[in-house]
Design a protein around this ligand. Structure first.
Ligand SMILES: [Zn+2]
Length: 103
């Protein structure tokens, strides 16, 4: 079994804007455990000086309680916290409704 990096187009924005946070929902590709994560603006999603300070970037790794699979999420946002590119490895983004159904 192997995991390929998935490049997704921004057809549906998986980052839910919630005041001080962006909220994401995703699922482990290995065991199907579902996750919700609150990403703090300016903290988890920090100014990216490598990009001249005009963008924000996110770099996160998650390990669930059910298996050892690592889920890595990275993204670049503009100043309005809208994702320009994002990538998830080892997992898949799911909709909020999908998360609520399972918990
Ligand atoms: Zn898992």
């Amino acid at each position: 079994m192997f995991f390929k990096k998935k490049k997704k187009s921004i057809s549906k924005n998986p980052f839910y804007n919630s005041g001080e946070n962006l909220v994401i929902y995703f699922r482990c590709d290995k065991c199907n455990e579902t996750f919700r994560s609150h990403l703090r603006k300016y903290y988890d999603i920090a100014v990216d000086y490598a990009k001249g300070g005009s963008m924000y970037s996110l770099q996160k790794e998650y390990i669930g309680s059910k298996c050892q699979n690592r889920i890595q999420i990275s993204a670049v946002f503009n100043r309005a916290f809208r994702p320009q590119t994002y990538e998830i490895t080892g997992g898949s983004f799911i909709a909020e409704e999908e998360f609520e159904k399972q918990s």
